[in-house]
Design a protein around this ligand. Structure first.
Ligand SMILES: Nc1ncnc2c1ncn2[C@@H]1O[C@H](COP(=O)(O)OP(=O)(O)O)[C@@H](O)[C@H]1O
Ligand SMILES: [Mg+2]
Length: 363
């Protein structure tokens, strides 16, 4: 039964934008617009008369991402549907973000003569996200300064400086100190994430002997492993494996992997660090024999703020940013980071970096 109303009226009044274009030409001057609804005129400030017969390209501008445009072009060339977030410009030059969903309209004879784009205005969400990032960054900066001072002051509360401290007072100082360190750690994670997201971390690359960097990381993280009664094991290979890297950033990645491995290991457990050449790359893995990562959580590893659900009796430790930061850092080195389950139990996290070739001592 055909309903006795006109779908055109519904589309004309929808809150989302609907644009229909011809399929060709995808290259200059672009396909012609044959229909726009009211949501389109409201957002873009163009009247239908001003845009009919012209290409949607008039809505793009200097900051519209060329890569997004290429992906859309590639999909439409193959008559495939495509969904992208894209920055467009209104008639008066106001910028707005769209969730754009383009579908080919298939004729009864199977041909495609039109594309329909259904678009939702995302500007508020994108603006809110930018404000949130800015807020996190500002607050973290503001918190870090007094906290650093606080840590310094508490650090002075030791028997060498203040001999009259009772054992009870020292215990309290110890609690204060550990919590200060933890807070600083969390704040630094937030700041690092924000800096990585905005591309504002300066890297200083230099040739690094990876075995030496790993040894340094093991030294730095030994106290934490001790706390968890976990042994850190590393047998360096005989070959000198050199990579072009920012040592501090690599130490940060290794610190994240080691602290996770130690934190998720049972007391008496062992964390193994392995360093191997692999073709023209170098591979570092950090394996533990802890609980491992639940299979359902594996796809979310390396995402911001992602943490697997706590097991009973477990206490939440970090921010869920360590792996996301690590991936950002390894990306900046042209490397790759990943996870696979350890056998018979536990986790292995690894990263690979391009190896410097023809280095003295290298093979
Ligand atoms: N070695 C590991 N064993 C088991 N789970 C892990 C391990 N490393 C990371 N994970 C899981 O990945 C999550 C994210 O890790 P990470 O980004 O370092 O954040 P955080 O350590 O602050 O929770 C952890 O909360 C945990 O659920
Ligand atoms: Mg962590």
């Amino acid at each position: 039964m055909d309903p006795d109303f006109d779908f055109k009226d519904i589309i004309a009044n929808a809150n989302d934008i609907v644009i229909v274009t011809e399929v060709a030409p995808l290259d200059e001057p672009g396909p012609r617009i044959v229909y726009v609804n009211r949501a389109f005129t409201d957002l873009t400030e163009y009247t239908p008369e001003e845009v009919l017969g012209r290409s949607p390209r008039i809505l793009q501008g200097p900051d519209t991402d060329p890569a997004t445009r290429r992906r859309i072009h590639a999909a439409l060339t193959r008559n495939q549907p495509v969904r992208e977030e894209i920055l467009n410009y209104s008639k008066s030059g106001r910028r707005y973000w769209l969730d754009m969903n383009i579908v080919p309209l298939v004729d009864p004879d199977g041909g495609v003569r039109y594309f329909a784009a259904i678009e939702r205005d995302l500007t508020e969400r994108v603006t809110a996200e930018a404000m949130k990032d800015e807020f996190i960054s500002t607050v973290s900066h503001e918190l870090r300064t007094p906290l650093t001072a606080l840590r310094g002051a508490i650090g002075m509360l030791n028997p060498q400086v203040v001999p009259e401290l009772t054992p009870q007072a020292l215990e309290l100082v110890d609690i204060a100190q550990r919590n200060c360190a933890r807070l600083l750690y969390l704040i630094n994670d937030l700041l690092d994430m924000e800096k990585l997201a905005s591309g504002g971390v300066p890297y200083s690359f230099a040739p690094q002997a990876l075995a030496q960097v790993i040894r340094t990381a093991l030294d730095i993280n030994a106290p934490y492993a001790d706390q968890h009664e976990v042994r850190l094991v590393f047998e360096p290979p005989r070959v000198d494996l050199q990579v072009m890297a920012d040592e501090q950033r690599l130490l940060q990645v290794l610190g994240n992997l080691l602290s996770n491995a130690a934190g998720f290991s049972p007391p008496g457990g062992e964390v193994r660090v392995d360093l191997q050449p692999q073709d023209d790359r170098v591979r570092v893995s950090v394996c533990d024999d802890g609980e491992g990562v639940p299979e359902s959580f594996v796809p979310r590893l390396f995402q911001k703020f992602a943490q697997a659900p706590l097991r009973s009796g477990e206490r939440r430790r970090g921010t869920g940013l360590g792996l996301a930061i690590s991936r950002g850092i390894i990306d900046q080195h042209g490397g790759e980071i990943g996870y696979y389950p350890n056998r018979p139990r536990g986790s292995c996290f690894y990263f690979v970096l391009p190896r410097i070739q023809g280095q003295a001592g290298g093979r």
